[in-house]
Design a protein around this ligand. Structure first.
Ligand code: AMP
Length: 549
């Protein structure tokens, strides 16, 4: 749909206070799902929406929910305070994220609409106290909500008007099926309901029968990822494993990747290998590790979103959640015993304004590629995905391309060749090799242990302090050097003679310790500055230069 044809927020009949909050968030126009879902929801329809991650689906249900609550408060006699909205999500992180979004949208009507998250870390006594106040909206995982319903610290039978089941397919794969069914017995006979899901599989269809009445189905996911005007996808063939490290080092050190980057690897061990490797060159990064306390992981994501870190290293398990049919809540994902899926940093987690997703390791499945790529180019922002491929992985890459092109393999180049002149960075190879050798298995083991110990300490010791002094939380960093390997300080500098001639005078050294930059607000600026953008592929032939000459 053309931008000019789109129905703007201001024409949807939303309360001016909600419109002001939308303006404050800098949203100039609704995303597709918002444009379609909000008017239908305001008409009172039940909705089943399939929406791409990052499509703006939270606001698509939150805005009509808030509007309904405001209408209730504005009309008729003063309504009794009651829980009228319930949002079910699969993980604690998503609960926090949903609550934050709803609160941001309710910013100008916070006195009228209160939102509580019962999946937060507080103990159940604190939660009971919050629920006694009957917040207008309650957000939580099905197990927490069911627990409160069973203890009668939460009653919904006489008051619930709107139910949202978010990431419905994930709720099933996390094994919440039984809790969901039990929970439905505590709800009134009639309420409006929205079911949001990335896929409309059998489980979701079954849930649809249980919770929705004559729903409108919105299948807005025409393609799995945004088009090339918003998301540029490249592949770069690296002849050897060493070339992958060399290329990454050059891309980051020469600031050829600007803005915030998510680096994906296939195992936790590789995450730390990469982190220690980058540390050798004074390139700070954080590892999103399921073994770390939940508070630390949330803190890392929140600081990343605020612009404290430019580089987060992650595995699929941490960002995408367990495999779709895992159904193993409480038992951890395979190969990652320490992770707890409910507390896991799962699929829907919103990393803000990620400029680039770097697949340092080829994703294990085509679906994992889509989920990884979906971390960038969210809502209406631009993004880049760069996938490193070894020659032996070409056929696997073919499968990814097949999925992306909807089965039309080879007809259109989906991942454009990122033609990087490796010979221009040959000068870095010696340093790269040196750094790779320093990162031994022993160093990786030590780094993992050290980080876990430190984060546990932060998490427990500082909990109370930070509760009282939330501003100081900013001072706690997760990208400090781990130093289990010998770091040679001179590697942190790039002498002029090593910089490819074409880039001399163009690159700026990355800032050392970033304050919370306003990079969140600067996605557009990053787009303009990012040399990777020079790869924009118009027409069929990719532009054959990586380094300006
Ligand atoms: P969600 O799919 O709800 O997780 O949202 C993904 C991201 O899109 C969040 O960071 C939202 O703040 C952002 N977002 C939602 N709606 C819009 C919009 N209309 N314009 C720009 N960004 C948006």
């Amino acid at each position: 749909m053309e931008e000019s044809d789109a129905l703007g927020f201001e024409h949807m009949g939303l309360d001016p206070r909600l419109l002001q909050a939308v303006t404050d968030l800098g949203w100039s126009r609704p995303t597709l799902i918002q444009e379609k879902a909000i008017p239908l929801a305001l008409e009172g329809k039940d909705l089943l929406a399939r929406a791409r991650t990052g499509s703006g689906k939270t606001a698509a249900y939150a805005l009509p929910m808030l509007q309904l609550l405001l209408d209730r408060k504005a009309t008729g006699p003063v309504a009794e305070q009651a829980v009228r909205g319930l949002v079910l999500v699969p993980t604690k992180e998503l609960a926090r994220q949903a609550q934050t979004m709803i609160q941001q949208l309710a910013k100008y009507c916070a006195r009228d609409v209160r939102v509580a998250n019962v999946s937060a870390a507080e103990d159940s006594a604190a939660q009971r106290a919050v629920l006694m106040e009957k917040p207008d909206v309650v957000v939580g995982t099905p197990s927490r909500i069911l627990g409160h319903l069973q203890q009668e610290t939460l009653r919904l039978r006489d008051s619930l008007e709107l139910l949202v089941v978010d990431e419905a397919d994930l709720l099933f794969s996390f094994g919440f099926e039984e809790e969901l069914k039990s929970l439905l017995c505590h709800l009134p006979r009639i309420y409006q309901a929205f079911l949001m899901s990335a896929t409309l599989n059998e489980d979701v269809q079954a849930l649809k029968e249980l919770v929705l009445h004559n729903p409108v189905t919105l299948k807005l996911q025409e393609s799995q990822l945004p088009g090339p005007e918003q998301l540029q996808q490249f592949q770069v063939v690296c002849e050897t494993e060493e070339d992958k490290f060399l290329l990454l080092y050059a891309l980051l050190k020469l600031s050829l990747v600007r803005g915030k980057a998510l680096l994906f690897v296939n195992t936790l061990e590789r995450s730390y290998r990469l982190r220690l490797f980058l540390e050798q060159f004074s390139i700070p990064s954080c590892v999103l590790n399921g073994e770390l306390p939940l508070r630390s992981r949330c803190h890392i994501i929140s600081q990343f979103n605020q612009g404290f870190y430019d580089c987060v290293i992650a595995t699929d398990a941490q960002v995408l959640g367990p495999p779709a049919k895992g159904k193993q809540r409480g038992r951890g994902t395979k190969g990652d015993k320490a992770s707890d899926p409910e507390a896991g940093v799962a699929r829907g987690i919103d990393f803000h304004h990620v400029s680039a997703v770097l697949n340092f390791d080829l994703p294990p499945t085509p679906e994992a590629y889509v989920h990884r790529a979906g971390r960038t180019a969210r809502a209406n922002n631009p993004g880049i995905v760069l996938t490193f491929v070894l020659p032996t992985e070409q056929s696997h890459l073919g499968k990814i391309e097949e999925l992306l092109s909807g089965g039309k393999k080879g007809e259109i180049p989906v991942l454009l060749p990122y033609q990087f002149r490796m010979e221009e960075i040959e000068g870095f190879r010696y340093r790269c090799r040196d750094a790779m050798h320093s990162v031994t298995k022993q160093a990786i083991r030590e780094a993992r242990l050290k980080e876990i110990k430190e984060e546990l300490l932060h998490s427990e010791k500082l909990k109370t302090y930070f509760e009282d002094n939330p501003r100081d939380l900013q001072l706690l960093r997760h990208d400090l050097p781990l130093h289990p390997a010998v770091v040679k300080p001179h590697l942190g500098h790039v002498p002029d003679y090593l910089v490819p001639p074409a880039l001399r005078g163009l690159i700026r050294p990355p800032k050392k310790r970033k304050k919370p930059s306003s990079s969140c607000r600067k996605a557009k600026k990053v787009k303009a500055q990012n040399p990777l953008r020079s790869f924009s592929h118009r027409g069929k032939k990719p532009k054959p230069t990586a380094l300006p000459s």
